[in-house]
Design a protein around this ligand. Sequence first.
Ligand SMILES: [Zn+2]
Length: 208
Amino acid sequence: MTYYFSMSSYGESAFVEQTLDGETLPGISEGEIIVIRSTRRKKNISAYRQGGRIVVSIPARMSKADERAMIPEMVAKIRAQEAAATMSEEGLATRVDQLLTELAPEIVLRPSTITWRAMRERWGSCTSTDRTIRISDRLKGAPEYVLDYVLFHEAIHLQFFDHGPEFKGLLARFPLEAQAEAYLSGYEAAENALTAPEALKKLLNKGG
Ligand SMILES: [Zn+2]
């Protein structure tokens, strides 16, 4: 099934279609790719990351066969760029250790694993029972202090499960708390604004 509607917020006459008509390509999860068929675009193709998704803009007249052949290439290109700029999971673990040692030495617990995870509703999560931490892959391009802030937040949860006074007292030791909070709220506001059209929201929800 294909859903078409115009997307005026992209500043061009365009159509968004459901990811590859529901077909799944190897290594590409459902709902991860949004294809925009632009009537203004004549032959060039572009792809960029928007929140948890990759938006690929193609000429309106491109055939389905060409689309299918080209999308994995564009996705691979974006992923390679991101991988080059992304901290490894070992790097995340090292960073948590440094942050706790510097800012909250009274917490001696360390996470058993830290993993990047596709999470659109949360920035991070910590399961204290098995000491696992997950960080939203939306933070892959974030400034270092923002990633640090989220890592520190989740690391405090190893010891303090809720956001009570002890938790808040520790979190307040993070030097750029206000700036990091502002970045995260701004990101969420932009994400909401960019996905504002109701039809797009419905489309995105279908993909999970
Ligand atoms: Zn929390």
